[in-house]
Design a protein around this ligand. Structure first.
Ligand code: FE
Length: 408
């Protein structure tokens, strides 16, 4: 059974990453920060968690205003490092844990936390600024990360209470996963800082110390605070500490603070806290490895629920069809079908399904109908013709089953 063994709160200031890449660990200005992360890294090395669940925010690197999700959970097998304007940092690609992430998504959505899920989005300094300090890498990272993106850049943000409840729901999701995995939950951001407007440079160490105390002993007081309270007390961008509430919500009341470091050098109070979870006894949450909303669907013949697993396993084929929205992709396919399939990286089996316009086979393989219909337009078939094919009927046989057979 998966269990939470601790929680970490950590700043994600981007300049930490710059200093790390330039080997400034021992520079007087940076040593207090890097030294402060060492006990956290040592704790992780001793505890050896399999997975870190990372509450972070994207800083308009992988998501933009056209679609900025409130909560988005990564379900990909791996994550690249975002280029934030100065080139990609020289860090290894980060492994994800698709099966566990899928389970978390299903569990939380069934608890009415309607998370978005994402695959092909790189992660920015919200994850990669603290991660190498916490989890030193050699040839690769020591384990997998499940990223949970939280909107803290475009109001309305989720409330602090919602983040806290999200963490509680995450705990139930983790504890209902049957595989024996140990998990540390990380909340990133803050503490006090403001980096826009005339109030830029605002800090308040007294408030930071109170926050550090409350997040351990009285998170409910923090959860009841409004965004404007965080802005007033800690500066505008410090509102991102609501992500620490998500981490704290995933822990029990029976925790021990095993490390704390606080360093305010220029504009952001850089902090790392480590909480060890004492309540690691197995829980009695029902172990559910399938979506209870779909129990019994196997008895409904000729029906295929498109789920996150299909979406991750078959993303290449689905994207191939999805791309048919563009004139360029359509022209390339019309020019040379085989080459278009090869360029898209389709397997032999997928290429044959495409070549044969095997609509039912494609659905059974894992194509979503709504991308398939774009391909159908390209190859000159109507949806009605596709429906007939999937039913194993001629077009006329299918039309004869309709209320108005000549409504083509
Ligand atoms: Fe941030």
């Amino acid at each position: 059974m998966a269990r939470i063994i601790g929680g970490i709160g950590a700043s994600h200031v981007p300049t930490i990453g710059v200093a790390y890449d330039k080997n400034k660990q021992d520079f007087p200005a940076w040593a207090p920060l890097f030294k402060g992360f060492e006990p956290a890294a040592k704790w992780l090395e001793e505890k050896k968690p399999d997975v870190l669940v990372f509450f972070y925010n994207d800083h308009l690197n992988a998501f933009f205003y056209d679609l900025y999700p409130t909560f988005a959970l990564g379900v990909a097998p791996s994550y690249d490092v975002a280029d934030e304007g100065a080139g990609r940092r020289p860090l290894p690609t980060l492994p994800g844990h698709p099966a566990f992430a899928r389970h978390i998504a299903e569990s939380m959505i069934n608890e009415e936390f309607d998370l978005s899920v994402f695959q092909d989005r790189p992660l920015d300094h919200g994850v990669f600024s603290p991660l190498p300090l916490l989890w030193p890498h050699k040839d690769g990272w020591p384990g997998a990360v499940i990223p949970v993106q939280v909107n803290v850049v475009q109001y309305p943000l989720p409330t602090a209470m919602r983040c806290y409840r999200l963490g509680q729901a995450l705990r139930r999701a983790i504890e209902s996963y049957p595989e024996d995995l140990s998990v540390v939950v990380v909340g990133t951001g803050g503490l006090s800082h403001q980096i826009h407007g005339e109030r830029t440079g605002y800090n308040d160490t007294d408030w930071d110390m109170r926050f550090i105390d409350l997040i351990e002993k009285d998170p409910m007081t923090l959860a009841k605070m409004k965004h404007v309270d965080y802005i007033r007390l800690g500066g505008a961008e410090s509102v991102e500490v609501i992500m620490w509430l998500a981490m704290r919500g995933a822990l029990s009341d029976d925790i021990k603070k095993v490390h704390q470091n606080y360093y305010l050098a220029t504009t952001t109070a850089m902090t790392v806290l480590v909480f060890e979870e004492n309540d690691t006894a197995p829980k009695t949450h029902e172990h559910v490895l399938h979506n209870p909303q779909l129990t019994g669907i196997e008895d409904i013949a000729g029906t295929y629920a498109f789920d996150i697993k299909t979406g991750t396993d078959c993303i290449r084929l689905n994207r191939f069809f999805w791309n048919m929205k563009t004139p360029e992709a359509r022209a390339a396919f019309e020019r040379d079908e085989a080459e278009a399939c090869a360029k898209a990286g389709l397997t032999e089996e997928e290429t044959v399904l495409v070549r044969d316009r095997n609509w039912l086979g494609l659905i059974q393989y894992g194509a979503n109908f709504f991308v398939l219909e774009k391909f159908a337009r390209l190859v000159g078939e109507t949806n009605l013709e596709v429906y007939a094919s999937m039913r194993g009927e001629t077009f006329d046989e299918f039309l004869a089953t309709r209320q108005v057979p000549d409504a083509r």
